[in-house]
Design a protein around this ligand. Structure first.
Ligand code: MN
Length: 258
């Protein structure tokens, strides 16, 4: 038994192949804990549950190696339950979210439960990596092997406390790994309006993603056949706007407060 402890979560729910296969791989080199939503929670971002009780269910026997727990909450709820309730004495050395079934590129990281679960762990000073696999090519088993090797290499080199990475793996043959920044995604036809069988209108958020053509970004790397590794940060004060806003405060707002 190794001394490394890894917490796994995801936003696709506990039945997802990406989670199960990754747990199997990581259990080869670390003690695995899994706290994961009891259902599909993709697109839940970093939301947390405040107005209903959370339930934790131990899965025994578990679907793969490790200590498995389900929660009736979001991925961010799962991270909180794990860090502050299940593992407060010995926090994990790494939190891994995924492997998500589908890419999480560019601006989509803000909606992604997978990526935001990693951000939640980062907020509590635990190194975190989000993993996403493009659908339609590579098997999840192969992706799990690849991602596990990457994570193991990170841990063996000494993982910085503030590590927060989003990794996306393309569906086709892998040409290599690129360090990237987030791309810019533009959706067209974002709201699809239809009528249900009872004649009542309903709406579906979606549309085809379109990307700004931008070298050095995650989507450019993945479209070119490379895995993208994007370091993220969560602090979001727009420092560059402060001088301009100070002028506005002086000119427009200050008189209002006199
Ligand atoms: Mn998902």
């Amino acid at each position: 038994m190794t001394s490394l402890r890894v917490l796994l979560t995801n936003d696709d729910g506990y039945l997802a192949d990406g989670l199960r296969l990754l747990a199997t791989e990581i259990a080869e080199w670390a003690e695995v804990w899994v706290v994961t939503p009891d259902r599909e929670r993709s697109g839940s971002g970093r939301s947390i549950t405040l107005y209903q009780p959370l339930r934790l269910t131990r899965l025994d026997p578990s679907p793969a190696p490790g200590h498995w727990h389900l929660a009736n909450g979001t991925p961010a709820d799962c991270v909180n339950l794990a860090l502050h309730y299940l593992l407060p004495e010995q926090p994990p050395d790494l939190v891994v979210s995924g492997i998500n079934h589908g890419l999480n590129l560019g601006d989509d990281v803000n909606y992604s439960g997978t990526v935001q679960a990693a951000c939640e762990a980062h907020h509590f000073a635990v190194p975190a990596v989000a993993l996403s696999q493009e659908l339609g090519g590579r098997s999840m088993a192969e992706s799990a092997q690849l991602c596990s090797k990457l994570l193991r290499a990170v841990m063996e080199r000494g993982c910085p406390r503030r590590l927060l990475l989003s990794v996306n793996v393309p569906a086709g043959p892998l040409l290599g790994i690129r360090l990237t920044r987030l791309g810019r995604r533009v959706y067209r036809d974002v709201v699809v309006a239809k009528t249900d069988p009872r004649g009542v209108a309903y709406y579906w958020l979606g549309g085809k993603p379109q990307w700004e053509d931008d070298p050095g970004t995650d989507q450019e790397a993945v479209l070119s056949g490379y895995a993208s590794v994007t370091p993220l940060r969560t602090a979001s004060t727009d420092v560059e706007s402060l001088p301009e806003l100070e002028a506005m405060v002086a000119d427009a707002w200050s008189p209002l407060l006199r």
